[in-house]
Design a protein around this ligand. Structure first.
Ligand SMILES: *Cc1c(COP(=O)(O)O)cnc(C)c1O
Length: 460
């Protein structure tokens, strides 16, 4: 398989080149040249596989034949999911008329671990091969940063620098980052907001000499390998629920922010997984729902909610779907992105909008509905869901039998859950004592110079 950019400005590259490139050099996102096709016989067979066996089957057609990493895939997959606390990795349970796909058994209790545990292993393997090194730099409001830290802790050839807003992430999220004492992990608490951290990161990436000298890489929510790892659990859930009958079409409800998870579902559908609908569930930050309702993709302002990992202004992975919606025409994607940058909006035709609605069912969920859904799911079925998951379950109200993706463990967002059910959920056993563990973190002013000096010092 070779990879091309949604904006057409990258000559086809291999799988490992695509992983190391992250964001395409023309500003677009990387996609496989073709989408591998699965036969009904394969589907039947795959339904009986373990998560790890299935991961190898799903990922293999996306790799590039002849590359060293292609042969190492089975071993990479084995290593990546050892850190999950559940033997099935992503088990499916029943909650009334819905299924819940539990994606939160990884080291930071959120679904991002599935992809970042794999990506960490992949980076290490690729860097070893070229005898290279990489310094990952990113700003986080909580989930991505901790999943990235746990993905690369202790790995050869990689350092990771994560900026979080001092005192403004939840206590559990803070500890999940700062209690990691590996020498290659560098936590920076910025005396300021998430945006201050984000701006510093942008400024350092724009300093091309610094970026090159220090081989800076991003914790890209747009890295193709992250999408690839996430495709696996759509097949896994289908196999567990359908029993392997290719005639059984399934609905998935996906709590959506940057459109990464739901795009993985779209890829699974395009590969031939029998998917009837993808419920696109958002909180008040509803740019995607508004797009599906009006055909206009218009940038708004961010509203803080109790499902903060979906509080986004634009969805960075949406460009990947747009590429397919616009008939794989890079010129049309470029034009849309040009308009978005200049005018904060672009539009598609009514015909295109209806095409999108044949696949996606857009649903916006309010804060009150989210809390009420947490309460109902617990009272009726004894299942405690976190606020992000609750958005997806509420959005699937009209879709009995849907598989709802549980994107975080309820204890990770304990305060909101307590508001709904009257008590804080318990942390899994491995996390007890987290708040008492020793920590390491450097507190800095919101000043790019201070962060640059810190990075130089740590790597000297
Ligand atoms: C990141 C995240 C989401 C949103 O996923 P996207 O791939 O950005 O759409 C939903 N829930 C949780 C808990 C998350 O951490």
């Amino acid at each position: 398989m070779r990879y091309v950019s949604t904006r057409g400005g990258v000559a086809p590259i291999s799988f490992s080149q695509a992983v190391m490139m992250g964001l395409a050099t023309d500003g677009g996102l990387l996609l496989p040249e073709q989408i591998p096709q699965i036969t009904p016989d394969q589907l039947r067979h795959w339904a009986g596989l373990s998560f790890q066996e299935l991961a190898v089957e799903v990922m293999t057609p996306f790799m590039t034949p002849g590359e060293k990493v292609t042969g190492q895939l089975p071993e990479l997959v084995q290593r990546s999911f050892k850190s999950f606390a559940h033997p099935e990795v992503t088990p499916v349970i029943r909650a009334g008329e819905h299924w819940i796909l539990e994606l939160f058994h990884g080291p930071t209790l959120a679904f991002k671990d599935v992809a970042l545990q794999f990506l960490g292993n992949l980076f290490e393997t690729l860097l070893k091969e070229e005898n290279g090194h990489l310094n990952i730099l990113g700003a986080t409001s909580g989930d991505t940063g901790s999943a990235a830290i746990h993905g690369v802790r202790g790995r050869a050839g990689i350092h990771v620098f994560i900026l979080h807003p001092y005192g403004r992430v939840s206590p559990i999220q803070e500890r999940q980052m700062t209690s990691v004492l590996d020498a290659n992990v560098h936590n920076i608490a910025i005396r300021g907001s998430f945006d201050d951290g984000q701006n510093i990161v942008k400024e350092l990436f724009n300093d091309l000499a610094f970026k090159k000298d220090y081989r800076l890489g991003a914790v890209n929510s747009i890295n193709w390998a992250r999408i690839l790892a996430q495709i696996v659990y759509f097949f896994y859930a289908w196999g567990r629920v359908s029993g392997g009958d290719p005639a059984k079409r399934m609905i998935f409800s996906v709590p959506t922010g940057n459109f990464g998870d739901i795009f993985a579902g779209y890829m699974a559908l395009r590969m031939g997984l029998p998917v009837e609908r993808l419920v696109l569930a958002t909180n008040q930050n509803d740019i995607l729902v508004r797009f599906m309702e009006s055909g206009e993709y218009r940038i708004g302002t961010v509203h803080p909610t109790i499902s903060p990992s979906m509080d986004i202004q634009i969805s960075s992975n949406f460009e990947r779907y747009l590429y397919y919606l616009l008939d794989e025409d890079p010129e049309a994607v470029r034009e849309a992105m040009r308009r978005l940058q200049k005018e904060n909006v672009f539009a598609v035709s009514g015909h295109k909008r209806h095409q999108a609605l044949e696949i996606f069912a857009p649903r916006r969920v309010s804060e009150a509905q989210t809390l009420e859904r947490i309460r109902i799911t617990f009272d009726r079925y004894g299942v405690l869901v976190d606020p992000h998951t609750a958005v997806g379950v509420e959005a699937a109200r009209d879709f009995p039998g849907a598989v709802c993706l549980a994107t975080a463990h309820a204890a990770k967002f304990g305060a909101a859950v307590a508001k709904a059910v009257g008590r804080e959920p318990e942390l899994p056993p491995a996390f007890q004592g987290l708040m008492e563990r020793p920590t390491r973190c450097c507190v800095l002013d919101p000043d790019p110079e201070a962060v640059r000096a810190f990075i130089r010092m740590e790597l000297a």
